[in-house]
Design a protein around this ligand. Structure first.
Ligand SMILES: [Zn+2]
Length: 301
């Protein structure tokens, strides 16, 4: 699947010009565009133009929906069988807020309330039957908790993985149901994309998500309003690893180490394509981040 960063990079360039963007996103994005020469070739008008997952047909498979790769050992079950109340890995911290304020933009950094020298790892587009369990093992081994922005269709196909993410104490966030570009949809479809995913998460995990990331980080006023009405806060990122393009494990590690500053939110992917480089990179950079004094945290509102 094409990265969430494609469109946000273009939009961030515009935002920086207006003085409200994040230089980090732009810097990393441009750097990889230059080095890879691939991202720029993608048609930003197509939601899934350059990825290795097929574009979704209307009502069809989700991008990255691991249709033929379903691990045989993963047994399907009804979502209710995975429901936990209360759940150690609740979808976010704090008491649910029915209607948080309508935001003018999605935050790309953690607030100072999280403390100093903190960083949030975020993984989009899963769950994936091969890569998500491997990533969970790596995070467990390093004692780190992260945020997983899941695609509803993938989560519906693998509720056991959604459960596993939450059971390990990670935050489960909403990344829409079929990974479509929200500003291109009528409001009724935006609401459906987000509410279906929230309802699924609530059904499987036991609590609805408190955080939402629009596909490609592409928010607009109607989607921000619907996000609020569904009880979620929008979140983007400040460090884009461009891991979706498979630039090599070393380059992903370098993108993290060179661009992570206190309060950073790091974008990576556990679904939407081959993510072996991502998993290897996380395993490699986590001790280095911790050596530099960073603590990985779950986002709180
Ligand atoms: Zn995505």
């Amino acid at each position: 699947m094409r990265s969430d960063s494609h469109i946000v990079s273009r939009r961030t360039l515009l935002c920086v010009g207006l003085g409200v963007g994040t230089a980090t996103v732009t810097g990393v994005g441009v750097g990889f565009l230059t080095h890879q020469g691939t991202a720029g070739g993608a048609d930003p008008g197509l939601p899934h133009g350059a990825g290795d997952a097929p574009a979704p047909a209307a009502g069809g498979a989700a991008p990255g929906a691991p249709k033929a790769k379903r691990a045989p050992e993963l047994r399907r079950a009804t979502p209710d069988s995975y429901r936990l109340r209360p759940l150690a890995g609740e979808t976010s911290m704090g008491e649910p807020a029915a209607h948080p304020p309508v935001r003018t933009h999605a935050e790309s950094r953690l607030s100072s309330l999280h403390g100093r020298h903190v960083v949030a790892l975020t993984f989009d587009d899963g769950p994936h039957p091969e890569h998500t369990p491997r990533l969970l093992e790596v995070l467990r081994r390093h004692g780190v908790q992260a945020t997983f922005f899941v695609v509803g269709q993938n989560a519906a196909a693998f509720p056991e993985l959604l459960h596993a993410i939450a059971a390990d104490g990670h935050v489960v966030g909403n990344h829409s149901y079929t990974h479509r570009q929200l500003p291109r949809l009528p409001s009724t479809e935006i609401r459906s994309e987000l509410s279906r995913t929230s309802e699924l998460i609530d059904r499987v995990v036991g609590t609805p998500p408190r955080w939402c990331r629009a596909p490609y980080g592409d928010w607009h006023p109607p989607s921000l309003k619907i996000c609020s009405e569904l009880g979620m806060e929008p979140m983007n990122w400040s460090v884009d690893t461009q891991d979706w393009a498979r630039p090599g494990t070393a380059r992903i590690v370098r993108a993290v180490l060179e661009n992570t500053t206190p309060g950073a939110i790091i974008l990576q992917h556990d679904g939407g394509g081959l993510r072996d480089q991502t998993v290897a990179a996380v395993d490699r950079y986590l001790p280095l981040l911790q050596e530099r004094g960073f603590t990985c945290v779950r986002p709180s509102v």
